[in-house]
Design a protein around this ligand. Structure first.
Ligand code: AMP
Length: 580
């Protein structure tokens, strides 16, 4: 092995081993993440054979975190962040407190001093950004309400950890019981204030300067027409801002990158920027898992089975039960609470940084660090399992709903019973609507419009001009504000969710227009509508022949394919050319 090229060998061996073990894991139907982590164990110092450079592996992992957080920022606007603060802030704080107390309890049982227990507990309380985002991205949950809550929650945890990392050295003496008298309240409050001041300064700097400069740079580069330069600009901005934030404002890389992305999300170039970072982001995320694997000494499983079990228990159950309770307490549905719980049932990069600091300050015994590391790898390995259980739960729920609708639709075949069926569907739907407690609109003989984006808003405006009564079902909070301004009646949420169409009084409507781009979801909405009314005219939107067939199959009377209409309009403008 060429030890004179540690960077190259770490990257190459890491990626190759991760690929082989990841592919094997996939083959035996477990998450490739497990393969990546095992690749790290194989390359680590505790197993025979090649040992990669841990320091380099950690730095590579940091690049992965930066790119991931940048990507999240691109999907996230300040408005999104503020819209979930009501739950994310108290949720994260309470959950951190619960996990920390549990960890301190375990530390106390193991005979550690209080400072050691505190560091241990805090390390167990923060989830890994990479693991969480991977899970959300795989399930396309980042842009959903629960995804936003999970990411908001993560940002709060991130901020809490930034504060902890700054405060810990200042408080170490006190925690160890030395010189407690010498430490005044002022000396303790000062580092907190300075840190908060720096975070605030960074945020203000980004909002004032970054907001103007970053989109300007990207627009400028986009106009040069060079794809290569554009890509470079995206990377330079994401990495540069993250690094600058850490250097100048002492903010974590992750937080800096998140803000760089968020600033960009306001410009229409963001989608393109996001796509540019995808391939590199994935490669570095893999290296992150490899670097985690490298830290772990597998022998701990036989050396300390019980403390390890307790640690894993706190990470997986202690944290998630607390999170579940809080999310439910705030009135969010069970599926949201389960998603948040599953997302948080693991620990990662912040925990590693925290325990290393704890050990170097002589607060935490080495044993505590080993437990956290082993707990991390086990919880990361088990994490896909919880998401699989969540998927199962949702599939079951959906199945039960569809069974109810299918029963209603089957009955409807007997034409004499049509009315009874509609009523049965109404009753079952009303039951569902009772569950989400949506009031039914007073409108009758109205149009129900699903989606108020590029297509729906044009339809809505002309309905308004024509004096046709209508209401909109929309799940994007941004659109909802526009609707409220225009004085249009609206129902908030996914039209495919239980109770939505009943709340729109679809039974008494004159028509349904499904103006959303996702034909798969559109099909579900159409099927649900058909189960409520057999005669209702339903118009849906599609982008391909398959989608047209799908929507018609579910009961749409007519389906408009956007691309075809664009082509027709183009041809009509040329003149002299006849449509086939
Ligand atoms: P556009 O593609 O610009 O016409 O936008 C579609 C709009 O439909 C967006 O504003 C989405 O928020 C909204 N939308 C998409 N899916 C749903 C759904 N299942 N229920 C309600 N609104 C939706």
């Amino acid at each position: 092995m060429h030890h004179n090229t540690p960077l190259i060998s770490t990257v190459v061996v890491g990626l190759v081993l991760a690929f082989i073990l990841g592919a094997l894991a996939q083959r035996v139907r477990i998450s490739p993440l497990v393969g990546y982590l095992l690749a790290g164990v194989v390359m680590g110092p505790f197993t025979p054979g090649y040992v990669a450079d841990q320091k380099i592996a950690n730095e590579l992992a940091e690049i992965g975190i930066i790119l991931l957080m940048f990507g999240v920022g691109l999907h996230f606007s300040l408005k999104d962040l503020l819209s979930v603060r009501a739950i994310a802030v108290p949720g994260a704080v309470v959950q951190i407190a619960v996990a920390t107390l549990l960890g301190m309890g375990l530390g106390w049982t193991l005979g550690w001093p209080i400072g050691g227990g505190l560091v241990f507990g805090l390390a167990l309380s923060v989830a890994s950004t990479v693991v969480l985002l991977r899970a959300l991205q795989e399930r396309r949950l980042v842009d959903t309400e629960r995804g936003r809550i999970a990411v908001g929650w993560l940002i709060v945890e991130d901020l809490a950890m930034v504060l902890t990392l700054v405060l810990l050295p200042a408080l170490a003496g006190l925690l160890k019981g030395e010189g407690a008298n010498g430490l005044s309240a002022y000396a303790m409050a000062l580092p907190v204030l300075i840190t908060l001041g720096k975070v605030a300064a960074f945020v203000i700097f980004m909002l004032v300067v970054g907001r103007r400069v970053i989109p300007w740079i990207l627009h400028y580069v986009a106009h040069t027409g060079s794809r290569e330069l554009f890509r470079l600009a995206v990377f330079a901005i994401s990495l540069g801002v993250a690094f600058g934030a850490a250097l100048l404002f002492d903010v974590s890389f992750a937080l800096g990158a998140f803000f760089a992305g968020m600033i960009l999300s306001e410009s229409e170039l963001s989608q393109r920027a996001a796509n540019e970072t995808l391939p590199l982001r994935d490669a570095f995320a893999v290296l992150f898992f490899v670097s985690v694997g490298m830290l772990v000494d597998p022998a701990i499983i036989v050396r300390e089975p019980l403390p390890l079990l307790a640690t894993v228990f706190i990470i997986i159950f202690g944290k998630s039960v607390a999170a579940f309770g809080i999310v439910r307490m705030f009135g969010h549905p069970t599926s949201t609470a389960l998603t948040i719980s599953a997302s948080l049932a693991q620990i990662g990069e912040f925990s590693f940084i925290l325990v290393s600091l704890g050990v170097s300050l002589a607060l935490l015994p080495d044993r505590g660090r080993d437990l956290v590391l082993a707990g991390a790898i086990i919880s990361i390995m088990l994490n896909p399992l919880f998401f699989a259980l969540l998927d199962r739960y949702e599939a079951k729920k959906k199945e039960a709903e569809e069974a109810a609708e299918a029963a209603a639709a089957a009955q409807s075949a007997q034409d004499t019973a049509a009315e009874a069926v509609a009523e049965a569907a109404m009753v079952s739907a009303k039951k569902r609507s009772a569950r989400v407690e949506l009031p039914v609109t007073a409108l009758t003989n109205h149009v129900v419009l699903v989606g108020y984006g590029r297509v729906g808003s044009v339809v809505g405006k002309s309905l308004q001009q024509g004096g046709v009564p209508f209401l909109v079902i929309e799940d994007d909070p941004g659109c909802l504000e526009r609707l409220a301004e225009a004085g249009i009646e609206k129902i908030t949420g996914n039209a495919a969710a239980p109770g939505m169409l009943v709340a729109a009084n679809l039974e008494a409507a004159r028509g349904l227009i499904v103006a959303i781009p996702n034909a798969f979801e559109g099909g579900q909405i159409v099927a649900k509508a058909r189960a409520i009314s057999l005669t209702l005219p339903i118009i849906a939107r599609a982008h391909s022949e398959e989608e047209i067939a799908h929507l018609k199959h579910h009961g749409a009377n007519s389906v408009i394919m956007g691309e075809q209409e664009i082509a027709k309009a183009m041809i009509a403008q040329i003149g002299g050319v006849h449509l086939p």
